[in-house]
Write a protein that binds this ligand. Structure first.
Ligand SMILES: Cc1cc2nc3c(=O)[nH]c(=O)nc-3n(C[C@H](O)[C@H](O)[C@H](O)COP(=O)(O)OP(=O)(O)OC[C@H]3O[C@@H](n4cnc5c(N)ncnc54)[C@H](O)[C@@H]3O)c2cc1C
Length: 209
């Protein structure tokens, strides 16, 4: 076999990586290290990223459609928004917080906690913000997932973790006479901070998220 200098160099690098990178990091068919895409930088995506890191997988990217982390807690800003599970339980096991200000913390405090975890585990560089996954297709030939974002950019990953959440697309109910209501109306997940409720009568429509 013809051994050019680049070929020899490639073989040396390959041998070093086989020695130092645990075998489980290799795709059995392509013999490449796994590269992982995590869709969503909410609590689930962050938990996934930290757990990958803990197991030595550093070759991952979090694809996030918003310009910041937090998912639910980035998006929901309505007055009084907070958790309904005690904060000490609604926390990551790997980053406990003894300083919650109250048992059921509000949105701002939870969001700040999530941002602190992202900084503690140095995840910011792994996150591609303003990147909305539009499609994800398996390609047999390269044994990888082809992800296309909203701008048509394409990248392949050997593993995809879907942490896109269940509640981040608001359900807007349709009811009779809705189109005749001309006053400000919005979903709690799209709170309009420019509208003051002071001295106004307001109505809630509970629609199951
Ligand atoms: C007001 C409110 C209060 C809640 N309180 C509690 C509570 O007390 N206890 C509890 O257990 N649960 C609570 N929940 C549920 C909460 O949603 C989950 O606990 C948790 O935060 C969900 O995290 P997640 O990462 O799975 O999803 P999300 O927080 O929804 O995060 C998903 C992320 O994926 C991103 N994303 C989605 N689609 C794409 C795409 N195509 N491309 C790129 N990025 C994408 C989103 O922008 C988002 O950042 C509450 C929910 C709400 C709305």
């Amino acid at each position: 076999m013809y051994l050019s200098i680049p070929n020899v160099f490639r073989r040396i690098i390959h041998s070093i990586s086989i020695i130092f990178v645990p075998k489980t990091h290799f795709h059995p068919e392509t013999n490449k290290t796994h590269d992982v895409a995590i869709i969503g930088a909410g609590m689930s995506g962050i938990a996934m990223a930290v757990n990958l890191q803990k197991r030595g997988f550093t070759n991952f990217e979090i694809l996030e459609k918003y310009p910041d982390v937090g998912g639910t807690w980035y998006e929901n800003r309505y007055p009084g928004c907070g958790c309904d599970i005690g904060s000490h339980f609604y926390s990551f096991s790997f980053s406990q917080n003894p300083n919650w200000s109250k048992r059921w913390s509000e949105r701002e405090e939870i969001w700040n906690y999530i941002k602190k975890v992202v900084s503690e585990f140095k995840l910011k560089d792994n996150i591609k913000f303003n990147t909305e996954v539009k499609s994800c297709d398996w390609e047999e030939k390269s044994k990888s997932w082809k992800i296309t974002d909203q701008n048509g950019n394409v990248k392949n990953y050997s593993v995809v973790v879907n942490a896109a959440g269940a509640l981040n697309v608001p359900k807007i109910p349709n009811f009779k006479g809705k189109d005749k209501f001309t006053k400000p109306n919005f979903h709690t997940a799209r709170w309009d901070e420019s509208v003051s409720l002071k001295g106004k009568k307001s109505g809630d429509c509970w629609n199951g998220c």
